[in-house]
Design a protein around this ligand. Sequence first.
Ligand SMILES: [Zn+2]
Length: 141
Amino acid sequence: MDDCIFCKIVKGEIPSIKIYEDKHVFAFMDINPVSEGHALVIPKIHVENLWKIPEATLSAVHSASKTIVHAMTMAMGPVSVAAVQLNGRGVNQVVMHYHLHLIPRASDGEALKLTAWEMIPGDMDAINRTGAAIAAAIEND
Ligand SMILES: [Zn+2]
């Protein structure tokens, strides 16, 4: 897509701090990092989100993420790495080109806010109702 910032990064029209590239995948450092080492893994083809990405492309992106996290572990020694992926403006996807965030947490780092939500038991009746509605919609699709 002509006006897509990530397509321009893949083509080298916008500079990026590249950390990995293969036939289908490009990965680079996030310049607005949540933590030190925050990287983005994207497909080279323009595809908006998880619901539209071809299976083979999805597989390539996630396989590459394993290579990158292995390297991240060797280079930085994080305690853990969150893989976060947003789909749609309603959940704050900013660039409408599929991207997987790899967000490491350093051993002495603060807990990642997005993974540190409080565990509060839900309303079981509501959970059962919603689960049944989703399962029924899958059956009827
Ligand atoms: Zn794009």
